[in-house]
Unconditional design. Structure first.
Length: 193
């Protein structure tokens, strides 16, 4: 039974209000993830700050969304898969084939982006223990740098906050994201909880 509060502007702690108000103004609604995170103003702020830092990273917007989708897939987070599919498709205009591959846990049609996705997936699955991995070698061979590798860790940290929050609080999907609703593909049935 979920007992976590979906805060509104009226119920949220004062420390969370600036972020909730900005989201409401910019999006026209408060995402349910933010509404849950609002119970901890510092956690909500950390999530937003990590996102702002990722936007300043060496990755372009499509690569940023790729990272967030790949992490969310590995962590089996339906809420974040839907939200970032929506963002990738409608805001950063990522190629539909790339989004479909990420949502299905499949190879990407672009060699460089596939190397990035495989690296991100390996980082999450192996909890970073991939120093001698083929995924790291292919990542560097595709033209990514040490800076990129460390900024993947930044994206993993950001998504760990949201993915785990959504698991813990059973965050309901916002109406804005229902067109991107996601479930783990059948060929991953071994991993469903």
């Amino acid at each position: 039974m979920n007992t976590f509060t979906l805060h509104t502007l009226d119920s949220a702690p004062a420390g969370s209000l600036p972020i909730l108000e900005a989201a409401n103004k910019g999006l026209g609604f408060i995402p349910n993830l933010y509404a849950h995170l609002a119970s901890s103003p510092v956690t909500l702020e950390a999530y937003k700050q990590l996102g702002a830092l990722l936007e300043k990273s060496a990755f372009n917007p499509v690569e940023q969304q790729l990272i967030l989708l790949a992490v969310s897939f590995e962590n089996r987070c339906g809420y974040c898969m839907a939200a970032h599919s929506f963002i990738a498709r409608n805001m950063v205009k990522a190629d539909a084939a790339i989004i479909a591959a990420l949502r299905g846990g499949q190879p990407l049609p672009d060699v460089k982006l596939n190397a990035l996705a495989n690296f991100v997936r390996a980082v999450v699955r192996e909890r970073g223990w991939i120093a001698d991995s083929n995924e790291l070698k292919e990542f560097f061979a595709a033209g990514y740098t040490q800076q990129h590798a460390l900024e993947v860790i930044l994206g993993v940290a950001m998504k760990t906050i949201s993915n785990y929050t959504n698991h813990l609080t059973e965050t309901p999907l916002d109406a804005a994201f229902t067109g991107e609703q996601w479930e783990l593909p059948d060929d991953y049935a071994c991993c469903k909880s």
